[in-house]
Design a protein around this ligand. Sequence first.
Ligand code: NAD
Length: 253
Amino acid sequence: MKLKDKVAIITGGGKGIGRAIALRLARDGARIAILDIDPASAQAVAEEVNRLGSRGIGIKADLSRYAETKQAVDEAYAEFGRIDILVNNAGIDQPKPFLETDDAFWDRFIAVNYKSYLNACHACIPYLMKNGQGSIISMGSDAGRVGTAGELIYGGTKAAIMGSSKALARELARFQITVNCISPGPVDTDIWRSLAADEKGKKIAEGVVRAIPLRRIGSPEDVAGAVAFFAGDDARYITGQVLSVDGGLTMIG
Ligand SMILES: NC(=O)c1ccc[n+]([C@@H]2O[C@H](COP(=O)([O-])OP(=O)(O)OC[C@H]3O[C@@H](n4cnc5c(N)ncnc54)[C@H](O)[C@@H]3O)[C@@H](O)[C@H]2O)c1
């Protein structure tokens, strides 16, 4: 039970990668608050956490809004009395050529993908500081490291998270709070399935699998394993890093 007595907040934990992270950290002994815009899925995952013998709560919050995020984080703290781990996972994706996007699209992506990261960090950090240690783990994306056609805004928001996390790692190091990012390649969730929904998308998806040295799409559990590593004591001397979890697709040094 590597995370026994720890409390983790997982944003966007109602499905996909976030759900797998919630269940993995619960198996490792952590109590879990799932913050999601969809209260039914947050509650369903909280119940799965409870069935694993840990304690989970689901809290509805649109994390692109600061006041809602702060209220949800305060609620988690009131319930558990501490916060040790923040996993910034909530995000959206919708590939489109840049010239087919408009400023409403840009605003939505910046708010949901990047501002939610700022909101959750800002609301959680005072609680993490109280413990004299902690970890923040955020979902970047290979789209923000190497560039993907049709993902200019999405990739930009992910690059912003990965860049900001390095500054945050330096600011928080003296509190023994580590700040790291995971940069997934394609992972088999609703986001990925929606990209591969039509014939053209399927062809692109098949091409992507051929380009992955380990020859398969990642699973949410593959990503959750890397999060569990960064959340645990084995990673206590690692901060400011970005780790690709992508079957070798990008191999950035
Ligand atoms: N699936 C992939 O291939 C892939 C690749 C690289 C990075 N990522 C990143 O991993 C993270 C999880 O992706 P996923 O594939 O599991 O997505 P998903 O769509 O399966 O799940 C995203 C979750 O975030 C929640 N959410 C969305 N907007 C929210 C908001 N405003 N406030 C609160 N919750 C909100 C959704 O309700 C959902 O539960 C995202 O940040 C995504 O960008 C995914």
